[in-house]
Design a protein around this ligand. Structure first.
Ligand code: ADP
Ligand code: MG
Length: 764
């Protein structure tokens, strides 16, 4: 997308039909959905070939539509074996003659005349869909254009593009050859011709440029028109690189402008400041701190002060608190909630699962003790009420909880995220804490706002560390606090990859589980599915922010049917290696009260081994649990594995995590597991995750040819750029919040919000 399409009148909004004629325009609309010159020019080359620089044929994948530069190694024609006609086979190579490293077979049916063109030694571009025949990749009936020949004889099936080929040969000259995402109907070189028709119409496009001239000057960026010329018709490599740099900047800048506007809008809202009473009277918070069985870490203290000062402002706090698993976020949140209650308001804590909501309720009422018993005999003087609101409460419990929330008796309301949708009224909701939620989006925040007379303060917590760039983009309208230390006394977690094929290892694994249980400890076993019956899938696992575009290839490409199921495994364990232990199961299809009962039994030591789906993934805190066995570990993403592993080693006992997998030694999936095993640093893993997922995404590795496949920014590489763009966007928005003096930018912002970015942002 070239932003600025909606700024009229402009050459960019001109219909393609007017410029290219109806026949060509319709073909392009059909192939790509483009209608305007601007949309068409937004179709950027996926990469550039240098003449003589052959494509690495080993990189081709089945079903891709590709354009490769290659050399003919051999050509031959033979009659078809079982039917009439002949088959011409051309073997292409990606090295010089005699040293071809990889080859690709190209076939033509009944076109013996092609032998004349495709002589050994000839180089050219070949475009087509990669198919497979007898386990070898091939291109059947590709389109092609050859470099070292005159225009090939026009042939029947593509008579309308011979002009295009001619022009391609001339135009390529010695410059880089743009290779466009193409389709079966429209070849890369035809697009090249289209672009050469459109480029001369451009002029300067000063009014359409979303990047203000001053920003461009300061950062040495091309104007929009120059960038498009450089991308579609580069004279040298540096040209298209400068073009890309400029579009990357634009993408970052527009995105940051959206976020800065959102931030400004938040700042403009009025919230009730929640600060300690003056003159100061000792309240809940002080009483709580005095009861706390441990000292806060310096980080917890510092973040606590940050939050307290946010709460004292008269605009709503929007803060993200990130801290590795076990870093003690709950206490920080609880202290913020108590601050609000001390100031006469209420606070809500939302958890992603009922299991976790129950656990929070239990641990918070335990930590508060008599402070949580307002209205009851023996309650402390400054105490408040704590209620739990979940979907599975009885009608009576529910009515009581709703009443306490509505009349203000309950200072703290704990529930699942479903609380957002429920018709829950609060007397005076001052703070909402959202636990373990990486995708707490703008819409959800809006839903919350509707629950309070004035927008409440919001604190979002996540245990998945978020690299700075992601924080700046996905969470760009939030302030971020980080807990970097773990509370003292945490033990190391040792992680080992266990190949499932090695029976001796598996025997040893279950033996180790028995040893742990004999020592009085408890064990989790996590499986990717519920099992017992086909198709019984659990709720989709909570994903990290980096799983937004979760890449199916990154998942190990394993067959669903072969995956370990909770109910199947539990039978095997009960009748086999763990027959003498108390083994129970837990999964998302069980009623919430039963799930909670299981978790409580596990915590209380009535269950030795809990075989579960990922419902135990987030936040669950059982100090005696020391071993985490993850079956089919290849099915889980890096951040998910890290989360699961964080369930053990929490109570001063060393933890052990065993990643059981079918992934072959040396395979990328196995390497991913080894990486998780090699470090427990959540930030390092988050970066690895990012690399694994985004590497190929810099210029749209997807070969689909749809324009939305293009994303210029790389969150890995572009950290500095994003930071600068953020600064510039901040200045622009501060000076002109409605962008009235930047119509092209305003249009680009509107387009970005309605484009895929909007989902991207909403998921933040
Ligand atoms: P997470 O950040 O993963 O949500 P929790 O808030 O569940 O972590 O804290 C993990 C455990 O550490 C809890 O049992 C909690 O009571 C304990 N904890 C929190 N802060 C401290 C501290 N400063 N010193 C010792 N233990 C702490
Ligand atoms: Mg937690």
């Amino acid at each position: 997308m070239v932003a600025g399409e909606v700024v009229a009148p402009s050459v960019l909004t001109q219909p393609l039909t007017e410029v290219l004629g109806t026949k060509t325009a319709h073909k392009l609309t059909e192939a790509f959905g483009y209608h305007t010159v601007g949309e068409m020019l937004g179709h950027l080359p996926r990469r550039y070939a240098q003449r003589g620089e052959l494509t690495d044929l080993a990189q081709l994948r089945l079903d891709e539509h590709v354009t490769v530069q290659a050399q003919v190694l051999s050509v031959s024609t033979k009659p078809m074996a079982h039917r009439r006609g002949s088959l011409t086979e051309v073997v292409l190579g990606d090295g010089q003659p005699g040293e071809a490293t990889h080859t690709l077979k190209v076939t033509f049916f009944n076109q013996k005349w092609r032998e004349k063109q495709l002589q050994p030694g000839v180089c050219g571009l070949f475009a087509g869909k990669v198919t497979s025949f007898r386990n070898r990749l091939q291109l059947a009936h590709p389109e092609y254009v050859l470099f070292d020949q005159a225009d090939p004889e026009p042939d029947a099936d593509s008579s309308d593009d011979s002009g295009g080929r001619q022009e391609v040969l001339e135009a390529f000259g010695s410059g880089p050859i743009p290779l466009y995402p193409a389709t079966a109907g429209v070849q890369s070189w035809q697009l090249r011709t289209v672009m050469r028709t459109l480029l001369p119409l451009l002029g300067e496009l000063e009014a359409e440029d979303p990047l203000p001239a001053r920003v461009r000057q300061r950062h040495g960026l091309l104007g929009l028109a120059d960038a498009l010329r450089a991308l579609h018709h580069p004279a040298q490599e540096a040209d298209w690189q400068a073009g890309r740099a400029r579009l990357r900047w634009q993408e970052a800048f527009v995105l940051q402008t959206v976020l800065e506007q959102r931030r400004a809008a938040l700042r403009a809202q009025v919230a009730t400041p929640r600060r300690a009473q003056q003159p100061h009277t000792p309240g809940l918070l002080e009483a709580f701190d005095a009861r706390l069985p441990f000292a806060l870490t310096p980080g917890q203290r510092e973040v606590g002060e940050q939050i307290a000062s946010d709460l004292a402002q008269n605009w709503p706090m929007h803060r993200l608190l990130q801290g590795d698993v076990g870093s003690g976020k709950t206490v920080v949140a609880l202290r913020a909630m108590l601050t609000v209650v001390d100031a006469g308001g209420q606070a809500a804590l939302l958890a992603p699962t009922e299991v976790l909501a129950y656990q929070h309720y239990r641990s918070i009422t335990a930590l508060l003790g008599p402070l949580a018993q307002a209205g009851q005999l023996g309650a402390a003087e400054c105490s408040t009420g704590v209620v739990l609101l979940t979907g599975s409460a009885t009608t009576g419990q529910r009515r009581q909880a709703l009443l306490a929330a509505a009349n203000g008796q309950a200072g703290l309301v704990i529930g699942t995220h479903a609380l957002l949708q429920d018709p829950v009224d609060f007397a005076d909701l001052g703070l909402v804490v959202v636990d373990e939620q990486h995708r707490f989006g703008v819409q959800q925040r809006d839903a919350l706002r509707a629950k309070a007379a004035r927008p409440p303060h919001v604190l979002v917590m996540t245990a998945t560390p978020i690299p700075r760039t992601v924080a700046m983009t996905v969470f760009g309208d939030l302030d971020v606090s980080t807990l970097t230390q773990l509370p003292a006394g945490r033990q190391a977690i040792q992680t080992t990859v266990v190949p499932v094929q090695a029976q001796a290892w598996m025997d040893r694994l279950w033996q180790r589980v028995r040893e742990e249980v004999a020592a009085g400890h408890r064990v989790y076993v996590v499986c990717p599915r519920i099992g017992a019956q086909e198709g019984e899938e659990d709720a989709p696992p909570v994903e990290g922010p980096l799983d937004l575009d979760s890449d199916p290839e990154g998942q190990g490409g394993c067959d669903e049917a072969g995956l370990t199921g909770v109910l199947d495994l539990i039978e095997q364990l009960r009748s086999g290696p763990l027959s003498d232990l108390r083994v129970q199961f837990l999964h998302g299809r069980m009623p919430a009260t039963e799930k909670d009962q299981r978790m409580r039994d596990f915590a209380a030591g009535l269950i030795d081994v809990l075989v579960s789906t990922t419902v135990i993934e987030v936040g669950v805190d059982v100090a005696q649990a020391t071993v985490m066995v993850i079956m089919d570990a290849q099915r889980f993403g890096i951040s998910q594995l890290h989360q699961l592993r964080g369930r053990v080693g929490r109570g001063g006992l060393p933890g052990l995590c065993l990643l059981v997998t079918t992934a072959e030694q040396g395979s990328p999936t196995r390497q991913r597991l080894e990486a998780v095993a090699a470090t427990t640093d959540g930030f390092e893993l988050a970066n690895l995750d990012l690399q694994a997922r985004r590497e190929g995404d810099v210029l749209g590795a997807s070969q689909s040819g749809r324009r939305s496949s293009l994303r210029m920014l790389s969150v890995l590489r572009d950290e500095k750029l994003i930071a600068r763009a953020k600064q510039e966007a901040h200045q622009v928005v501060t000076a002109d919040p409605t962008l009235s003096t930047h119509p092209a930018l305003a249009a680009a912002v509107a387009a970005a919000q309605s484009d895929h970015h909007a989902d991207y942002l909403a998921k933040g």
